[in-house]
Design a protein around this ligand. Structure first.
Ligand SMILES: Nc1nc2c(ncn2[C@@H]2O[C@H](COP(=O)(O)OP(=O)(O)OP(=O)(O)O)[C@@H](O)[C@H]2O)c(=O)[nH]1
Length: 458
């Protein structure tokens, strides 16, 4: 039997009563689109441009159809207001009011969301834990920013969720827990990209943090989610509306995007295979704040050019030029930058429960887990070869290694051909020694063989 709009509308109402706003929006949208087709409309105008739709269709509707349409806009308004998209909810109530000007109830609902929108620092949202999503291309400076945030003296307890692209997780060893970030507050996920298969893991990670904080009686002041450099931030942001528990306890404070001034133009210009989104563009489009990082590596003219490119994608986002991701905390924390209304205006499919995001499968990752120690001289030669011969395609390589004769951990980081290393504290007794690389069109065998040749004989 073909689907009809009536049962879908009833389901949407029931979902609103059960506070399942995200699922409810999906149902009411479907119901409205079916209704639109039934009354001779098309193109989802009923959702995208309610004012025009109502003006054009009303003269053609029976009293019964008019009343159904009024109900639809009302239910959609209720659901959107439940999710916090207050401006859009007011628009929906406005359409319901045009269809039923005598209804005091609709007028009251509209006035209520308009007042709440003005007072967006409402008490209700203040009780929720603010969550920031850190995005930015591979190697753009996300972990560096995270470390500043964790170590800054803001007196806040901040938890971290790490997500890495690839088979070996490394960032947990590179994140320097600050005075208030204890181990129980660092969750690592490396089973896949946060924006696809592991959304369930992300939700579970967020719930675990809230439950931990309730159990220990230590309230959380914030959560930072560091996404992989290859993540599309939209589905990550959607998580805050799709899961009821998360929606009740947390609010998305903002999407913070790190832009690597030296390499971003190359990534923005990268022509992707059909159907694959350019992650660098998406990360800028969804940003609530941009840190234009690595300003030490380029000339003023390049910075101006990069700012122009950013503005062409996101005209209003505040941008700060930074080096080593150094920035005042109030630019990144407690910014109340994320607005569901803004996102729905930009991408009206944002609340759709289907995710057809495809990764660029030319990008793959080789992870090498290395038990034992490497010989410094051989390693230097191999890294030299790697950067010179493979640097153009090599997005990112990083490793935490045990070097023969060195008590400290040897950390190396490379982005394309730029390389840095440092020594980062002594090895713990049970710590793993590992090395990770991410690059396009990877020859796993060649890389693994080259690296293994650097190992010291046992
Ligand atoms: N020259 C220079 N190097 C920087 C700057 N910011 C960060 N770096 C270095 O760039 C490298 C990558 O920085 P990370 O903070 O690990 O970058 P990331 O975005 O977390 O990397 P992935 O997690 O692999 O995507 C490290 O070696 C940093 O020390 C900067 O402003 N200038």
């Amino acid at each position: 039997m073909p689907e009809t709009w009536q049962p879908l509308l009833a389901e949407a109402e029931a979902l609103f009563k059960a506070s399942k706003f995200f699922d409810g929006v999906n149902k009411v949208n479907k119901s409205m689109e079916l209704f639109e087709t039934e009354v001779g409309g098309s193109g989802s105008q009923i959702l995208k441009d309610p004012a025009t739709f109502v003006a054009e269709i009303t003269p053609k509707l029976s009293a019964e159809q008019k009343s159904a349409l009024r109900k639809m806009y009302e239910v959609r308004g209720d659901l959107l207001s439940g999710l916090g998209a207050l401006k859009r909810a007011a628009t929906e109530y406005g359409s319901a009011a045009i269809l039923d000007p005598a209804s005091e109830e609709i007028k009251a609902k509209k006035a209520k969301v308009e007042a709440a929108e003005k007072d967006s620092l409402s008490e209700d949202s203040d009780k929720k834990v603010p969550v920031s999503v850190l995005t930015g291309f591979l190697g753009s400076g996300k972990t560096t920013l995270l470390n500043h945030i964790l170590q800054a003296h803001h007196g806040k307890r901040i938890a971290v969720i790490e997500n890495e692209f690839g088979e070996v997780g490394i960032d947990d060893s590179l994140v320097k827990a600050g005075s208030l970030a204890s181990e129980e507050n660092i969750v690592e996920m490396n089973n896949g990209c946060i924006c696809c298969t592991v959304r369930g893991d992300l939700i579970a990670g967020l719930k675990k943090l809230i439950k931990n904080s309730k159990k220990t009686g230590k309230p959380l002041d914030g959560v930072m989610i560091e996404t992989t450099g290859l993540a599309d931030p939209a589905p990550v942001a959607q998580t805050f509306f799709a899961d009821e528990y998360v929606q009740q306890h947390m609010r998305l404070d903002g999407i913070l995007t790190l832009v690597d001034a030296a390499h971003v133009i190359q990534h923005l210009d990268d022509e992707k295979p059909e159907g694959v989104e350019n992650e660098a563009v998406e990360q800028i489009a969804f940003a609530d704040r941009i840190l234009l990082n690595k300003c030490d590596l380029v000339e003023e003219a390049t910075l101006v050019e990069v700012e122009k490119r950013i503005r062409a994608i996101n005209a209003t986002v505040p941008i700060k030029r930074t080096t080593n991701s150094e920035v005042e905390m109030d630019f990144v924390l407690g910014i109340r930058g994320f607005s569901l209304d803004k996102i729905i205006d930009m991408d009206d499919a944002f609340l759709e429960d289907s995710h057809d995001h495809q990764h660029d499968n030319r990008v793959s990752s080789v992870g090498i887990d290395v038990p034992g120690e490497v010989v410094q001289q051989k390693l230097n030669q191999w890294i030299g070869w790697l950067l010179k011969e493979k640097g153009v395609d090599l997005f990112r390589s990083k490793g935490v290694l045990a070097v023969k004769g060195m008590k400290e951990k040897f950390v190396f980081q490379a982005i394309h051909m730029l390389f840095a290393n440092s020594q980062e504290g002594a090895w713990g007794p049970d710590e793993e020694r590992r090395c990770k690389m991410i690059r396009q069109n990877l020859d796993r065998e060649e890389l693994t063989k080259g690296f293994m040749a650097c190992m010291a004989k046992q």
